[in-house]
Design a protein around this ligand. Sequence first.
Ligand code: GLC
Length: 745
Amino acid sequence: MKPIYFLSIMVCLAASCTVQTPQDRLTVNDEKINELIASMSLDEKVQMLHSKTNMSSAGNERLGIADMNYADGPFGIREEGVPNGFTPAGWTTDSATFFPTGSALAATWSEELAYKYGSGMGKEARLRGKDIILGPAINIQRLPVCGRSYEYLSEDPFLAARLAVGYTKGSQDMGTAVCIKHFALNNQETNRGTVNVICDERTMREIYFKPFEAAVKEAGAMAVMPAYNKINGDYCSENEYLLNEVLRGEWGFKGMTVSDWGGTHSTMGAALHGLDVQMTGDHYLGPALIDSVKAGKVPEEVVDAKVREILRVRFAIEPVPADVANQATASQPESRQTAYEVASKAVVLLKNQNKILPISKDVKKIAVIGRNAVATVASGGMGAGVKAPYEITPLQGIKNKAPEGVEITYAQAYKNYAGMFARWFGLADSPDNAAEINESPDPAMLAEAVEKAKDADLVIFVCGTNKNIETEGSDRQTIDLPVGQNEIVKALSEVNPKIVSIIISGGPCDVQELDKYSQAIVQGWWNGLEGGNALADILFGNIAPSGKLPFTFPIKLEDSPAYAMGNFPQKVEVLGDMFGNQYRKDIQGQRMMRNIKVDAYYTEGPLVGYRWFDTKNLPVKYAFGYGLSYVDFKYSDIKASASKKAIKVSFNLTNTGDMDADEVAQLYVSRIDATVSWPAKELKAFKRVSLAAGQTQKVELSIPVSELQYWDEQTKDWTLEKGQIKLLLGSASDDIRLESTVEIK
Ligand code: GLC
């Protein structure tokens, strides 16, 4: 071990007794770091403030400071790219576990599982020689069509925050820093590189900032990635309010900020308003910065502060020794077990008419219909692909778990949709690809599917989207099921009414048609490399489903808040403002994007997701927090009390069924006679509880009073309003079982 590290660890141990907060952990080496900075030339300092390769920034060889290596994928360590871009390097030792994507992890409603997930990611990052994971991606799912809903966690800030904390702690406890992204209000892909989000401060604080604040203050996130977009006029990567006033000034962030790739916009802006590392290129935080310091435009102390924050992270993360990195596949058995566990608790049972699930022992022939039954989803979706060692598809899982003697048949039924990027790159003209996303099914394919369905005891229709439809760099135009799936399920039902439909997608879909012809509907997610096994274990009743929706399924897209308020889509689409164009145009300094003003108004305020539907009393297809089990749960004996510090709630929960099962109990608050406006209800506590058949368990939940504050835009501070609070305890946001009221004094 280099002497520098031994010394820094000794310094760390010596100083550890003075650490107050998770962020302060990063400052224990400051004395040593300041000495190093004093010994560095301006050139050496600035060398650390921009990319060295597409996925690394420089350390300092003379001083024995290792480079910083980054890795994409909030749900799997991305395969190695070539040094100057994203093209796969073609290694054979860079496969890694494909964990269930963000929205699936969120459907578990388990901070404990998020911790295990994060620790699996952190461990595998090190095996791939990486210091910082570019994740978790924790933006609020404001739009049902957002291309990155699958990466993100929830429409609710409290649920997203708890999972972000678990993931961050897990990864960093394994010695890998997280880089939480994309800070902040990156809630659409359309015009993502130029869009200027106009949002009131109370909404930002109480909704959009919450997951980032929790990951920084509670979990000690060591790196933050400012988003591509602007907020109230300034790019996130040079936003004084966002990066210096809030992130560093209020939240006490002591780590480093790393721009999104191609998301740096100026030397002075980035230098003076909070960006530490430009990824990629040195257009701004490179020679131009050196000139700006020499010209007296940027104080050298500003550069020193950036280097200090980078070195704080560098010394907190032990570099991976060369003889450990990339020696064999990063995917570890315990990670794959975690991936299975998360997947098995993520699957959401949305409908179960006539208890058609779990599959009866009488079923001897199952027709599995739909291309998504065999599609793998680990790779693709731009920045979030994973080269997985294997991937159990729904069909494979069903074959693995089907009881002896059950015959499984398969028909594709619909074509792939290759998406616009494929069209751009001329990859879309394979006969397997649909020309249009909403085209009717191929008659021969449909006929084959109907034939297979006709004499089956049960039809499992696997539908949904794919990672060309839901992807970084573009938003869906609708949430309709694509490529004729609605026509297919109708045709199947005409020959066999016993249909179980499985939606494989990242975000919500319009299931009005699917519901007419399906006796059961399951949300199967992009559920990781063990997803097929987890799904099949649930379908065959080996385990009970326990996932709960982390976002609302609207009846139709136009009901959702940003559409209903006319806030999305904006009427201007900046041609070419995608990952590719943005990346190329911005780094080459072309001005095409800067003179086009695209504002995104968030006038729905805090009424995101269920907050909108509940406050406006609007019906939804499936509510936030909704998910069925194979058993019922009884809630009883609620007791509630409030002190100055917290609201305490206890109740009894009984599994009244005949098999072990998990329930996610959810506690919402509703304000009584408040003087400020509030959504009808807000999630403030939850707990996943495992109960054996017939078992009753006393459950305790707590809400810190601090969680009840609102951001007062006059005083610019968090403010607690005293008064009555109604507590709503239940199995979903629209399935409240018990109520109580407490007084906040
Ligand atoms: C992308 C994404 C970001 C990713 C980065 C590196 O454009 O917005 O999430 O980590 O580039 O791939």
